[in-house]
Design a protein around this ligand. Structure first.
Ligand code: THU
Length: 151
């Protein structure tokens, strides 16, 4: 059993700023809804992502899964927190963007849901923090299939 993360150990403002920076790269010609995300790994590294849309729609990837894919493909499978910022690309800080269900399930794959924080922010002064367990209760995850969870 790993030590639970203390909220003070999460660089909330740095994650929000990193997500805001990543959001500038969002490729959203179809929806015009730009999202940025920044994920914190157990090793305290930060990986960022933006949403990347596609003319064929289905291949669109959300910002959260873009960031998580970067972390996992660099070898980090234990994630601690994610910050998400999103809204119309013409506006900044007007709404709280919540991760879609698919992204919540992907977060579940690489975290302990009781010990993974989802930070949704309008800006670095106005944000809300949830545990993944709150956003994805009674979840299905790796430990249902693999003894001991993600390897
Ligand atoms: N989107 C994200 O990037 N993250 C979410 O959790 C929700 C939706 C993106 C996908 C698409 O490019 C646009 O927002 C509108 O759905």
């Amino acid at each position: 059993m790993e030590q639970a993360t203390n909220i003070q150990d999460i660089p909330v403002i740095e994650l929000i700023r990193s997500a805001q920076e990543a959001r500038k790269k969002a490729y959203v010609p179809y929806s015009g809804y730009a999202v940025g995300a920044a994920v914190l790994t157990r090793e305290l590294r930060i990986y960022t992502g933006c949403n990347i849309e596609n003319a064929s729609y289905t291949p669109t990837i959300c910002a959260e899964r873009c960031a998580i894919s970067k972390a996992v493909s660099e070898g980090s499978r234990k994630l601690k927190a994610i910050a998400v910022v999103g809204g119309s690309k013409e506006e900044n800080g007007t709404q709280f963007a919540f991760p879609c269900g698919v992204c919540r399930q992907v977060m579940r794959e690489f975290s302990d849901p009781d010990d993974f924080l989802v930070i949704t922010a309008k800006d670095e002064r106005e944000y809300r923090i949830y545990s993944l367990s709150q956003l994805l209760p009674e979840s299905f995850g790796p430990d249902n299939l693999i003894e001991g969870g993600t390897k």
